[in-house]
Design a protein around this ligand. Structure first.
Ligand code: NAD
Length: 450
């Protein structure tokens, strides 16, 4: 089928390219002319493994193109997916872009009698599609809901694994308000033989938030336990986690005696906090929605509270161990919010570098691909930070090395000489035994713990 995708960021671009790869014809719409030009030239504006190759192939097939012209795209399709950003403003979801696109589509519907299904893929709080989006289209078109269709199809892709997640998802949630939209969604996802959940749009919206809130819960819970283990001393929280992971409810024992090792176990590793464009924003948005509805939202408050304090743990521990960070040369390794992406939104490194700057440290920072985004996001502290291309050349001069993102290339640290230095493993990317004789510090383990 032929469809339009509005908003060509991480989600819109990956969705558009993968849908085209499955045989659909996709018109990606973005208001940013630079994005449209680079995409049509075959250059993705975001980093994602496999994306350049897939973009080249769908462009060559003629089934993918980018445009700024929404109305020209709508002339050719009966299904439009909305994938614009939904940033957080003071912890509340900002629906300006979603509302803006809905009104533009409504203005088109005003002058066209074809039934078009508008499917929201952006993450929006429960009730958005069947209220905010419906009302915006009704007002701009002057037509009642039955003249157009509404759907909600949340996206679960993870940056860094976006192409494989979209190509081989674990589930597809088809939220819909009218049978015609469900039919179109069924056709769109017919090439995928996976579990599909068919629900109304507000349930689809809630699935996405519940999913992220429950994953974020695991991270904050293990971080709180890690902080206590470190405060008590004599406990390495990774040993505790190993013991917990022997519980067959977390890690089932297979018939051959091996462990299933489900991916959820990776959420039980302590660190300097979760970041990215989804977890912090989505948990905050759900909390705000709950509070607006008169609920105290105690759990979500706690998840966010613990997370906000985690980067400060790094500074606290370092200050305690060094007696002060003023003038210390600190090499920060990893600026993206996780390995495999150039996204620095809500990255723990933003807070760590800003706090190191407050403390008067001399900061040298490295990331394999996210340096430019980080520099732009850092604002004030950028002036105090030197960005390096080769971290290996900086280790010798550093007093402290912090691993803030577990990029695989930093594993080479374990072969280097750390005499007289501190290594802070803020992601528990190493075994303490790899740094015998080094002042190895980390979350969830007091210095001196065997
Ligand atoms: P993004 O900021 O990377 O991209 C949004 C794009 O929309 C931008 O290119 C912008 O130019 C474009 N845009 C804004 N208004 C427009 C308009 N009126 N017309 C055309 N284009 C317009 O955002 P993203 O990371 O792709 O996220 C999009 C949505 O998907 C958000 O709601 C996000 O929460 C959700 N989501 C993101 C991820 C992720 O990993 N990034 C995963 C799942 C869901």
């Amino acid at each position: 089928m032929k469809l339009a995708v509005v908003g060509t960021g991480y989600v819109g671009l990956v969705s558009g390219v993968c849908l085209a790869a499955k045989g659909h014809t996709v018109l990606c719409v973005d208001k940013n002319p630079a994005i449209v030009a680079t995409l049509n030239a075959g250059r993705p504006h975001i980093f994602e493994t496999g994306l350049p190759e897939l973009l080249a192939s769908v462009l060559a097939s003629g089934r993918f193109s980018a445009t700024q012209d929404l109305y020209a795209a709508l002339d050719q399709v009966d299904l439009v997916i909305v994938a614009v950003g939904t940033p957080s403003k003071d912890g509340i979801i900002d629906l300006t872009y979603v509302d803006g696109v809905a009104r533009e589509i409504g203005a088109y519907i005003k002058n066209h009698d074809r039934h078009i299904s508008v499917v929201v893929k952006s993450t929006v709080v429960p009730g958005t599609t069947d209220t905010v989006v419906r009302i915006a289209i009704e007002q701009a078109s002057g037509k009642a809901f039955s003249a157009f269709g509404l759907g909600m199809n949340p996206e679960f892709l993870r940056e860094g694994d976006a192409i494989s997640d979209f190509s081989a998802p674990d589930r597809i949630v088809l939220g819909y308000e009218d049978p015609q939209t469900l039919e179109r969604l069924e056709e769109l996802y017919a090439p995928w033989d996976v579990d599909k959940l068919r629900v109304n749009t507000r349930t689809a919206e809630m699935v996405k938030y519940a999913n992220n809130a429950l994953l974020a819960t695991q991270i904050s819970a293990v971080n709180e336990i890690a902080n206590l283990a470190a405060a008590l001393g004599g406990i390495d929280v990774m040993d505790v986690v190993a013991g917990v992971q022997m519980d067959k409810r977390w890690n089932p024992i297979l018939p051959d005696g091996a462990r299933a090792k489900p991916h959820i176990l990776t959420y039980l590793v302590p660190g300097c906090g979760f970041g990215g464009s989804c977890f912090p924003k989505d948990v905050q948005a759900l909390r705000s929605q709950g509070m607006q509805n008169g609920l105290p939202m105690r759990m979500l408050n706690a998840i966010l509270d613990v997370n906000e304090g985690q980067p400060e743990q790094v500074i606290d521990i370092l200050r305690r161990e060094t007696g002060g960070l003023t003038g210390r040369r600190v090499l920060v390794l990893g600026l993206a919010f996780k390995p495999g992406t150039d996204d620095v939104r809500e990255s723990a490194s933003l807070k760590i570098v800003a706090r190191l700057a407050d403390e008067g440290a001399v900061i040298v920072a490295h990331d394999p691909i996210a340096t430019e985004n980080f520099r732009n996001a850092l604002n004030g502290a950028a002036a105090q930070t030197v960005f390096c291309e080769r971290w290996q050349d900086e280790v010798a001069a550093a007093d402290i090395v912090i691993v803030a993102t577990a990029w695989p290339e930093y594993q080479a640290l374990s072969g280097l000489d750390f005499s007289g230095k501190i290594l802070f493993d803020a992601r528990r990317a190493f075994m303490p035994s790899q740094f015998q004789g080094t002042k190895y510090l980390s979350i969830g383990r007091q210095m001196g713990t065997p």
